[in-house]
Design a protein around this ligand. Structure first.
Ligand code: BG6
Length: 473
């Protein structure tokens, strides 16, 4: 469909940006916070640990003021479970509640809508010791945490996201440092999808609870959705693309929205005796949950071909955007039509439009972009500038395609790219920067921690001021 003119962005569109607690806050064991799996994991060689990050914990006022200066309408951030419940269950840490009260109030002071992710890759270490998501009790742990969040912040937080990128926790947990498989597990695939099942049930129950406790609030999932292309029009490649779409994308949204397991994934798990076990009431719980919107992270598409027997059986290989393939299901191939970031992720703005169109026609719910962005090496010049025109170009192209999708009839609530401010990457350290705000620190040298406005900061300010009408540099 060629759009001669583009529909304007909706009024009250949530222009903003995102971050997550464990990647931005620092102060990882301060004021009573307990350790999460991120604090106890072995970080990849040559990358920073997560003790200081951007030190948002001590700089939040200054950082939110900068977001307000950009004109943010929303700020999507996560709440660290272990700041609220250091052990994951039990005693509440009042200082943790105070911190997020302050962050929320600071956002509201500037008219910035807080969009809160309840869980972003940071399982309490104490709960990892009790089996993490493998333990059926994890459903109640999460629902208990959710009820504390709704109780404490629900008077001011109207938009909630359940679990960030549950699909990546399941598909590439080891690279993000989140996978906890109990020792002696024989059927690892089954264990992974049992964990996934517990998360799905926990999410469903949290959505129902949110609607009960906070009738005015809206809640949705936040998976990482990348449309999967077939490498060619060869029918076997199309089947492979359907396989990966099911395993990577639709499993999560079919369940969150319709309360059913995707049939292709269910059949695939059956081959390995890996279908999850349902506890009593799970089926009903999943069916009862109804998200108000779909939050999703988009970085690029994927392209796959028929699996020719060359792919090893490894259900957790690769990273969020580069899959190692799946034996018997698909083989990952390079899409020669696309460029790549400096960190090897393909760049596909048109795929953003295609992904949105596909999702909207499948689920018919309003959608909120909760991440999108370019990880790059940025350089601070001697006069305190960061000339990140590459980031501006990336964002321009994606926002343009977002507008195309809106013109195509897709209902979009907002755009919250990754990230508001520089923070630590999941597995590539501080050097892989995404922010509009530069933080003066290196991988290991904390330097001044001063904040600087990148060129993209001024550009995004203009984009927001014109409600997306002026994307020019
Ligand atoms: C998403 C995560 O996968 O992508 C974020 O939700 C993450 O936590 C972002 O930081 C970018 O990934 P990376 O690996 O470049 O940090």
């Amino acid at each position: 469909m060629k759009n001669e003119t583009l529909a304007p962005f909706p009024k009250n569109f949530f222009w903003g940006a995102s971050s997550s607690a464990y990647q931005v806050e620092g102060a990882n064991l301060e004021d009573g916070k307990g350790p999460s799996c991120q604090d106890v994991k072995e970080v990849p060689a040559g990358t920073s640990d997560l003790t200081v990050c951007a030190d948002f914990y001590h700089h939040y006022k200054e950082d939110i003021a900068l977001m307000a200066e950009m004109g943010f309408k929303s700020y999507r951030f996560s709440i660290a479970w272990t700041r609220i419940l250091p052990e994951g269950t039990g005693e509440i840490n009042q200082k943790g509640i105070d911190f997020y009260n302050n962050v929320i109030d600071e956002c509201l002071k500037y008219g910035i809508e807080p969009i809160v992710t309840m869980f972003h890759f940071d399982m309490p270490a104490a709960l990892d010791k009790r089996g993490s998501w493998s333990n059926p009790e994890s459903v109640e742990w999460f629902v208990n945490f959710a009820s504390i969040l709704f109780q404490s912040f629900g008077d001011r937080v109207k938009y909630w996201l359940t679990i960030n990128e549950q699909n990546m926790l399941t598909l590439v947990g080891p690279v993000i440092g989140t996978m906890c498989i109990p020792e002696g597990t024989e059927n690892v695939l089954k264990e992974i999808y049992q964990q996934n099942h517990h998360m799905l049930v926990a999410q469903a129950k949290a959505m129902v609870l949110c609607h009960e406790m906070l009738p005015e609030a809206k809640i949705g999932p936040a998976p990482n959705i990348s449309l999967v292309y077939p490498a060619s029009c060869k029918p076997e490649d199309v089947i492979a693309a359907q396989n990966f779409n099911a395993v990577r994308n639709w499993l999560y949204l079919d369940m969150a929205v319709n309360g059913v397991y995707n049939n292709l994934v269910w059949a695939w798990l059956g081959k390995y005796d890996a279908q999850p076990t349902f506890a009593e009431g799970d089926k009903e719980a999943m069916k009862n949950a109804h998200p108000d919107f779909i939050g999703f992270n988009y970085y690029n598409t994927a392209t796959v071909a028929e699996e020719d027997g060359s792919v090893a059986f490894n259900p957790v290989g690769g990273d969020q955007q580069n899959s190692d393939g799946l034996a018997g299901m698909y083989k990952t191939v390079r899409n020669e039509n696309l460029g790549k970031t400096e960190f090897g992720w393909e760049i596909d703005p048109v795929g953003f439009r295609a992904t949105i169109r596909e999702m909207y026609s499948r689920y018919r719910l309003p959608m909120l972009v909760t991440e999108n962005g370019l990880g790059a090496y940025d350089t601070l010049t001697e006069d305190g500038k960061v000339h990140d025109s590459y980031r501006i170009h990336y964002l321009q192209d994606h926002i343009h395609q977002l507008q195309e999708a809106i013109t195509d009839g897709c209902e979009m609530m907002g755009y919250n790219p990754w990230s508001a401010i520089d923070l630590i990457s999941t597995h590539e350290g501080m050097r892989k920067r995404y922010g509009f705000i530069y933080v003066d620190r290196d991988e290991f040298d904390l330097k001044t921690m001063k904040r600087y406005k990148k060129d993209s900061f001024e550009w995004y300010k203009k984009v927001i001021a014109t409600n997306g009408a002026d994307l020019s540099e």
